[in-house]
Design a protein around this ligand. Structure first.
Ligand SMILES: Cc1cc2nc3c(=O)[nH]c(=O)nc-3n(C[C@H](O)[C@H](O)[C@H](O)COP(=O)(O)OP(=O)(O)OC[C@H]3O[C@@H](n4cnc5c(N)ncnc54)[C@H](O)[C@@H]3O)c2cc1C
Length: 374
């Protein structure tokens, strides 16, 4: 039984590629479109939690992620001088034997997932978006930006934070909101002593390092920027140097190496959650299009991956799309809401300068909740 024979996925990030891989693996004829002509996963690295590694295993991606990325146990919490305070262990998962944590470069994960799509024979069309969705009997007719159209049983909107599909489906939905914080990210060579994720707490900003391969790691730095200033890219190394000025140990070494050519990615943080069903008719939103989180729990991509897995599972098992979508919402809403809201809560604690123990308590509580089977 399957609630759909054909599907179109709009958006080829983690959510869209996960949905396409899993729908195709469930025997559904699926195609994927992405608005970008130069399709890639922009950005630095991704921190991966144990539950994300479990999702990668379910999607058949784990071996390659472990080979091309980096896996390790837990988080080393340090003070501003880089002195180790304690290790936060990831709770073991009841249903999967996977490492506690990991990291991977975003382009590397894109390469792994897009290669899997190719293996499965999923057609991918680039530089294309959906401009309208109309009922066509029990199916949906999707009109594309190049004037063409296609009729499919199921449409999946996976087009990210500023989703055009969300505007088509729920024009009344509020736009994502700025959270008051911004994030600087930078990929740099990894010394062997940074063999697990590090947090440096207790200073004016939150800084962390995640190993993403045998040779590289990425640094992230979160800061309260209530007035959301626009900063020219060529001065970001000066801003970052200033922000790292009170830090010792490896962060002082990284600071000393900053220059105008440092590939710094700066991003004000935005978040949103659709607090009602994520579907209308034959179309459902997944990933950041439905629930976009800030990076505090490093679980946005994990939720995106899980969405694709659960959607395909429910569509393959249900007799109708409304039944599949209702079951999907039951399995996904609370989990994604928890990630969005607890990430915001940690952000508020960071801005208030709350003690490290208070911040890590929310992280530990959230990781324990994420350990539950999907
Ligand atoms: C600073 C920062 C750091 C983060 N760090 C982590 C982390 O360490 N770990 C983690 O798990 N998560 C992290 N996240 C969250 C994670 O990046 C997102 O949750 C995840 O990328 C969402 O995937 P997605 O596929 O839903 O959306 P996206 O990755 O945004 O992909 C959307 C895709 O849709 C395409 N698209 C956009 N508009 C259209 C359109 N109109 N038509 C067709 N295609 C379209 C885009 O080209 C893109 O390919 C972080 C987020 C931020 C902001």
């Amino acid at each position: 039984m399957s609630a759909a024979r054909t599907a179109l996925v709009v958006g080829g990030g983690v959510a869209g590629m996960s949905a396409a891989i899993m729908l195709r693996s469930a025997g559904i004829e699926v195609q994927l479109i992405d608005i970008a002509a130069d399709w890639k996963m922009a950005g630095a690295g991704l921190t991966i939690s144990a539950s994300t590694l479990r999702a990668m295993r379910m999607a058949g991606l784990l071996d390659q992620v472990m080979e091309e990325g980096h896996t390790h146990a837990g988080i080393q919490v340090c003070d501003v001088q880089g002195m180790p305070l304690r290790v936060v262990q990831s709770p073991p998962l009841p249903d999967a034997d996977v490492p506690g944590a990991g990291g991977i470069l975003r382009p590397t994960l894109h390469g792994i997932m897009s290669a899997r799509l190719r293996e499965l024979g999923v057609p991918v069309r680039l530089g294309l978006t959906a401009t309208a969705i109309e009922p066509a009997g029990t199916a949906s007719r999707v009109r594309f930006s190049d004037g063409s159209s296609e009729t499919v049983d199921l449409v999946v909107g996976a087009d990210g934070l500023f989703s055009g599909m969300r505007k088509l489906l729920f024009p009344e939905a509020a736009a994502p909101g700025f959270t008051g914080q911004a994030c600087w990210r930078l990929v740099i060579p990894r010394p062997p002593r940074i063999s697990m994720r590090h947090f440096f707490l207790g200073g004016p900003v939150k800084v962390g390092l995640t190993p993403v391969s045998q040779e590289e790691m990425y640094m992230f730095l979160l800061k309260h920027v209530p007035d959301n200033p626009r900063r020219p890219a060529e001065t970001q190394h000066e801003v970052l140097r200033e922000l790292l000025s009170g830090y010792g140990g490896i962060l002082a070494d990284i600071r000393a190496g900053l220059c105008a050519q440092s590939p710094i990615i700066y991003r004000p943080l935005e978040s949103h959650l659709l607090r009602h069903a994520w579907w209308r008719g034959n179309t459902i939103l997944i990933g950041d299009a439905a629930h976009a989180t800030t990076p505090q729990l490093a679980s946005g991509a994990g939720m995106a991956l899980e969405d694709g897995i659960v959607l395909a599972d429910e569509v393959a098992r249900a007799a109708s799309l409304p039944e599949a979508f209702a079951n999907f919402m039951r399995r996904r809403y609370e989990r994604c809401r928890m990630v969005v809201e607890n990430s915001l809560e940690i952000g508020r604690l960071e801005v208030a300068g709350a003690p490290a123990a208070e911040q890590t308590a929310v992280v530990e509580r959230s990781l324990a909740a994420l350990a539950a089977p999907i």
